[in-house]
Design a protein around this ligand. Structure first.
Ligand code: 5GP
Ligand code: MG
Length: 191
């Protein structure tokens, strides 16, 4: 069997929205879009810090940074919006404060998905308070029309319908993060 662990997860997935090849191709394009903004050529110290929002962004982060051939630092922050079995957003809770070099630097916040925008708004404010030189954000997924207009992502992988999705880092009750595709959970799993 090629993928023993993920295959155990497949029965819980109602349908796949993006398979791993489609995700890989889009992440590569995003890398190019982002590098075009921050890469000023040899000799330029661009001072980029990526701020990934744990835990959902870990797989996206790991793939994205290997598509960014520029000097960078990473400063993680851990925010929980869907604790445990919740499939409706709760107030974002900061579980681990932002730790790392942000003051005077160009910051790119990285998250798995932009939904109501509450998480991104919270982290953007945190980064600005720490004196970042510029603040942009990259999300793999976005549910259009849900976040208020002042909470916007600068780089977006895919727009999706307003569905609860898992895989490629996104979880339900901390499971399915290792599912290599992005899919919609079967209703029987969440009920
Ligand atoms: P927001 O604060 O924009 O409502 O939600 C953003 C956070 O909620 C994301 O970082 C992500 O962890 C979580 N989230 C939002 N929508 C989904 C979803 O459809 N599936 C999963 N697994 N997590 C989601
Ligand atoms: Mg998250």
């Amino acid at each position: 069997m090629k993928n023993p662990a993920p295959d155990r997860l497949t029965p819980d997935i109602d349908r796949v929205l993006f398979d791993r090849q489609a995700i890989e191709a889009r992440v590569r394009e995003l890398g190019r879009e982002i590098a075009a903004i921050y890469d000023h050529g040899p000799g330029d110290e661009c001072g980029l810090t990526l701020v990934p929002i744990l835990s959902g962004s870990v797989i996206f982060l790991a793939d994205l940074i290997r598509e960014l051939p520029i000097k960078m630092k990473i400063a993680v922050v851990h925010v929980s919006t869907y604790p445990g079995t919740a499939t409706q957003p709760q107030s974002p809770r900061v579980l681990v404060e932002l730790a790392g070099d942000v003051a005077g630097r160009d910051v790119l916040i990285v998250d798995d998905i932009l939904d109501s925008g509450r998480t991104l708004r919270r982290v953007q404010a945190m980064v600005q308070e720490r004196g970042a030189r510029s603040v942009r954000s990259a999300v793999l997924l976005r549910k259009p029309g849900k976040a208020p207009p002042d909470v916007r992502a600068d780089f977006v992988g895919f727009d999706i319908e307003d569905l609860f999705v898992v895989g490629y880092g996104l979880d339900y009750d901390n499971h399915y993060r290792n599912y290599p595709h992005i899919g919609v959970l079967r209703a029987t799993v969440t009920s």
